[in-house]
Design a protein around this ligand. Structure first.
Ligand code: 1GP
Length: 252
């Protein structure tokens, strides 16, 4: 069900990020219906800091109204539920805080095993999105400068060599600047695993730019809390890019 995440170059895909604290149940249901209509590929659920106790109920509500796979995108080891279809098992490899490189994962592992949750080992790279993100503050890690693709490439390569199955380039939720197309392109040219890009995407044009740079999966969250109607446009842009990608080239 979630294998589509791990098939690079097959098609470009769109994930909607739901922060349970920011989506009251009524607006969540509306967004889920929009996502069904827009043929979104995945829901990601999680947040760097959750203060309300709505995590599990959010997953249940999505599952009740949609068949789109739900993956946990955890901010910490408390954000776990057997009701999800899988878990992005993140390690913040761009940081040097052992708690987010391996500490939270050790705490989570027994529950994950017990729950039978499918895990997708993911190298999580925080990129500077133009302001201090909640992720950067909470994890006490310095993001990779957006104009230093070499650092991102070296970090992504290390993640791949450690056996991670996905690279996640994260500018931070609500970032002022998206991950730069040059950085995405450089990473994509150097790794053979799929690349997820998220943080600060607010328009179909930005989504197109990120697709052209080679991202396999785009994540959009924040903007939909205020302008859910943008979802259809963004989805069309991502899936049109997918069709473009699938077209045979003149050479072959
Ligand atoms: C953040 O990559 C995601 O973790 C999505 O970011 O909320 O800014 O869309 P936005």
């Amino acid at each position: 069900m979630i294998n589509g995440l791990l098939t690079p170059n097959k098609r470009q895909q769109l994930a909607v990020l739901i922060d349970p604290d920011k989506q009251p149940i009524e607006s969540l249901v509306q967004l889920v219906v929009l996502a069904n209509n827009a043929k979104v590929d995945f829901f990601f659920v999680g947040g760097s800091l959750l203060l309300e106790n709505r995590f599990e109920h959010t997953i249940e509500t999505i599952k009740k109204h949609s068949e789109i796979p739900v993956l946990i995108f955890p901010g910490n080891s408390y954000q776990l539920s057997a009701k999800a279809d899988g878990l992005l098992f993140l390690s913040l490899v761009s940081g040097r805080n052992p708690e987010y490189l391996i500490g939270q994962q050790v705490i989570a592992a027994p529950f994950v095993k017990e729950a039978g949750l499918k895990t997708i080992p993911t190298a999580y790279l925080l990129i500077d999105g133009g302001r201090i993100s909640t992720t950067s503050y909470i994890t006490q890690t310095v993001p990779i400068p957006n104009d230093k693709p070499d650092i991102a490439v070296a970090t992504a390569l290390a993640g791949e060599m450690l056996g991670m199955k996905l690279i996640y380039l994260e500018a931070g939720s609500g970032a002022l600047n998206i991950v730069s197309p040059g950085l995405i392109k450089a990473v994509k040219q150097n790794v053979s695993i799929p690349v997820i890009v998220g943080g600060g995407i607010r328009s179909a044009e930005q989504a197109e730019e990120i697709c052209r740079a080679g991202a396999d999966i785009l994540v959009v969250g924040n903007v939909l809390e205020k302008e859910p109607e943008l979802l259809m446009e963004i989805s069309l842009a991502v899936h049109a890019a997918e069709a473009e990608k699938a077209k045979p080239t003149h050479e072959g």
